[in-house]
Design a protein around this ligand. Structure first.
Ligand code: SF4
Length: 287
């Protein structure tokens, strides 16, 4: 990849959906993850991470489903660390509530917990008691200096609760706060319950000092800002590329591929192009 001062490792990021198996069944789940999926065993994780590195990525964002459900997740993260990659993980916390391994959690740049509003609305979406469990987990992890970031999904309902939520969470002095616009699932009945068109987030500047990395808003209407995705079958997808909202390339192990009406595409060139677009899209607003 070419050098540019505007690059940050957040631009050279790949989101690896390790699994579609989850501990929850949320109707708005973009990855359509659920408890029903089978657990896949990622035996070739070293080759995948080597490939990620070879393609020029600097950071892996693990998501799912629930990444901690993957039996050899720790081996995967250890190898990523050995290869010098920055790693973050988005988790619903379910598998950390009872016990957590501090040494393992320290291998991540930070853990991201997703919230969907204040307790009542959050619990309605995710399950009774989940909000308080996440708060207890944050309280338990704080003394160990584990970096924790908050993902806050912006919906019609969660927008109304945002100021109350941020007041509540600010006291923990966490690592980051990221507001993500709701990403439509494509099911208009589900989406009409959540999607929000008009909002004003300027008040967030009052809370910026409570988060080490500040507060960011990831506007999903800016499609160039989407991350490159690696799915659980190790196929790679690109956002808003080659006239497709989601361009499916195929296996991450294919160096080049011939596409009808497009021609030969080299995977490393495509990655470079998409990362460049992310750099200049200004998709992330910082408060
Ligand atoms: S907890 Fe997250 S990954 Fe699991 S089903 Fe719900 S939205 Fe999807």
């Amino acid at each position: 990849m070419s050098n540019s001062s505007r690059y940050t490792n957040s631009h050279k990021i790949i989101c690896w959906h390790l699994t579609n198996k989850c501990t929850r069944n949320c109707d708005f789940c973009l990855s359509k993850s659920s408890t029903n999926h089978k657990l896949n065993h990622i035996t070739n994780y070293k080759s995948v991470i080597d490939k990620i590195k070879e393609l020029g990525f600097e950071k892996i964002s693990y998501s799912g489903g629930e990444p901690f459900i993957v039996p050899n997740f720790e081996n995967i993260v250890n190898y990523g660390k050995e290869k010098g990659l920055i790693q973050i993980v988005t988790t619903n916390g379910d598998l950390l509530f009872k016990n957590f391994d501090i040494a393992f959690l320290r291998k991540f740049q930070y853990l991201k917990f997703s919230f969907y509003g204040t307790s009542q609305y959050h619990d309605n979406l995710i399950g009774k008691g989940h909000f308080q469990k996440l708060i207890s987990l944050i309280t338990a992890l704080k003394p160990y200096n584990i970096n924790i970031g908050i993902n806050y999904m912006l919906t019609q309902q969660s927008y109304l609760a945002l100021e109350e939520f941020i007041q509540q969470i600010s006291k923990f002095q966490l690592y980051s706060f990221l507001i993500q616009s709701y990403i439509p699932t494509g099911n208009s009945i589900i989406d009409s319950n959540y999607i929000i068109d008009k909002f004003d987030l300027t008040f967030l500047s009052n809370y910026v000092n409570y988060f080490e990395q500040g507060i960011k808003h990831f506007d999903y209407n800016v499609k160039e800002g989407f991350q490159v995705i690696l799915d659980d079958k190790q196929n790679i997808y690109f956002p808003n590329t080659l006239n497709c909202s989601r361009f499916y390339y195929g296996s991450v192990f294919e160096k080049e591929k011939d596409f009808e009406n497009i021609g030969l595409i080299q995977l490393n060139k495509l990655v470079e192009q998409v990362v460049n677009k992310r750099v200049f899209s200004n998709e992330i607003k910082t408060y």
